[in-house]
Ligand binder design. Structure first.
Ligand code: ZN
Length: 153
């Protein structure tokens, strides 16, 4: 298992160093800002949401390696997803990083998101890992408020 952990670590570091879709999205019709005061992570998520599908997604901001890598992998995971699929994926990802993961029948495939499974050993990092996801959800809701991990959802 430690080899797997090393591989996961490498992937997270790689996404931190070279975050994917790290830019303001041209033609985005949804966006939201997120803030994790416990760590100082800030993220803005941009979405092009059309016909009930995430056509494109990007982010920018600054934060720790986990928050940045998580946002990066999230953008790769969300393209082409419907609102319901995006929500189901967040739910499963949240269970993974809080250590409540179990494979319920019909639950979505986490794909690359499994690299964050180690986060459940570091409860303080859960908010770093989920910040971009909370922000994405707020962007899809379209209420335009800044999301803080210290508010209830
Ligand atoms: Zn953080």
């Amino acid at each position: 298992m430690s080899d797997l952990r090393d591989l996961y670590q490498e992937l997270i570091l790689d996404h931190n160093k070279r975050p994917r879709n790290f830019r303001k999205l041209e033609g985005a019709n949804r966006s939201a800002e997120g803030y994790n005061p416990l760590c100082g992570d800030r993220v803005t998520v941009y979405l092009k949401f059309e016909d009930g599908v995430v056509k494109d997604v990007s982010f920018d901001g600054s934060g720790c390696a986990i928050s940045k890598a998580s946002a990066s992998v999230m953008t790769e995971s969300l393209k082409g997803k419907t609102l319901a699929e995006a929500k189901a994926l967040f739910e499963k990802f949240h269970k993974l990083v809080t250590g409540k993961s179990h494979d319920a029948p019909g639950s979505p495939d986490l794909g690359k998101l499994v690299v964050f499974s180690g986060v459940c050993d570091y409860p303080a990092r859960v908010k770093c890992a989920t910040l971009a996801w909370h922000t994405m959800t707020a962007a899809l809701r379209g209420d335009g408020k800044t999301v803080s991990t210290e508010e209830s959802f």
